[in-house]
Design a protein. Structure first.
Length: 153
């Protein structure tokens, strides 16, 4: 089997990262009626490449990008025991590469980055009905913590 390599994203990766972003949006659209119609964007990917508080990684196999993810240092709420934590997002793996542990490799690399920054907690958001994503994150060691609720008015 061809090995998966995790590395920092570069500006040369931007065209594919923009495609991955649309893949994330397409995957989340069925779970969230509040997402704007196409075209829409979630991230400032170019800015993330140079932000010292962000680690944007890609997974590649034989020089083909197959996945992505980022961690951002965020300030915790004043009542939390910790002052900052790593927030994970943009977790995406091409459909034909899913089920190979790539998400776990990305999370492990982001965890190492967070530890190198002195952080000891990682958080992420996942849609309540996205059972496949929840299973993947639980497999990586995440536990359910809070449910955000909404009502259109």
């Amino acid at each position: 089997m061809n090995e998966i390599h995790i590395r920092p994203a570069t500006s040369a990766d931007l065209p594919l990262l923009l495609e991955f972003e649309q893949g994330v949006i397409a995957a989340e659209r069925p779970f969230d009626p509040t997402i704007r119609p196409h075209p829409t964007r979630y991230y400032d990917l170019r800015g993330m490449l140079t932000d010292p508080d962000v680690c944007l990684l890609v997974a590649e196999q034989q020089q083909q990008l197959v996945g992505s993810g980022y961690a951002r240092i965020k300030e915790a709420k004043p009542f939390n025991r910790h002052s900052h934590y790593a927030y994970l997002g943009f977790m995406y793996v091409l459909p034909s590469f899913r089920g190979r542990g790539i998400n776990g490799l990305l999370i492990d690399a982001l965890k190492q980055w967070a530890l190198s920054k002195g952080l000891h907690e990682m958080r992420l958001e996942v849609y309540y009905d996205n059972a496949a994503a929840i299973r993947a994150y639980e497999k990586a060691g995440f536990t359910k913590h809070m449910i955000e609720m909404r009502i259109p008015i």
